[in-house]
Design a protein around this ligand. Structure first.
Ligand code: SF4
Ligand code: SF4
Length: 168
């Protein structure tokens, strides 16, 4: 079974599956504010990521079914696409936070909402707890009630952490 068959059968992205978009490694290390990561490898009729991006970093889709392409020279790390993607497929990672830590902005649609300063469990794509993370901000939701939670995570897990769990 190849990566795409695994994805379509499980719903879980296999690492670096064709169509998932990661920032260029060297520029990413130095980019204050971070860059977007888009994990949307399946052709589906969807394009809010491209239409809401204020800087045109997500290239307008020629066909509504296109998978996203990113012009990283234009990405500011603003996180608007994180809040507006209905597939919860956009993330922003800032690798400049400290030597050991990164900030990950991820979409969150569950309750309870975490609060600033709270320590949450960081989950892998398959829902396994892989680390603790400290919440540093929670955005007000846009139209569709998706919050964007910014958490400080171990930098070496930036490719693995894709969700959080609030434990009280
Ligand atoms: S983080 Fe902001 S600038 Fe970057 S792709 Fe998303 S909406 Fe565009
Ligand atoms: S909005 Fe999200 S699900 Fe839709 S095409 Fe963009 S990244 Fe994929």
């Amino acid at each position: 079974m190849d990566d795409k068959e695994k994805l379509y059968n499980s719903g879980v992205l296999v690492e670096h599956c064709e169509g998932a978009v990661l920032p260029p490694a060297e520029e990413w290390k130095k980019k204050r504010g971070g860059y977007v990561i888009v994990e949307c490898p399946q052709r589906i009729p969807c394009n809010p990521c491209a239409t809401v991006c204020p800087s045109g970093a997500i290239v307008p889709h020629a066909d509504i079914n296109d998978t996203p392409e990113i012009d990283y020279a234009k990405c500011t790390g603003c996180g608007i696409c994180v809040a507006r993607c209905p597939g919860l497929a956009c993330f922003v990672a800032d690798l400049t936070y400290s030597d050991e830590s990164a900030v990950l902005k991820l979409p969150y649609e569950l309750l309870p909402l975490p609060g600033k300063g709270e320590v949450v469990k960081c989950l892998s794509r398959t829902g396994d707890v892989v680390a603790d993370g400290e919440v540093i901000s929670v955005s007000e939701p846009l139209k569709d009630c998706t919050h964007v939670v910014s958490i400080v995570i171990p930098k070496n897990l930036v490719d693995d952490i894709r969700s959080i769990k609030v434990v009280r």
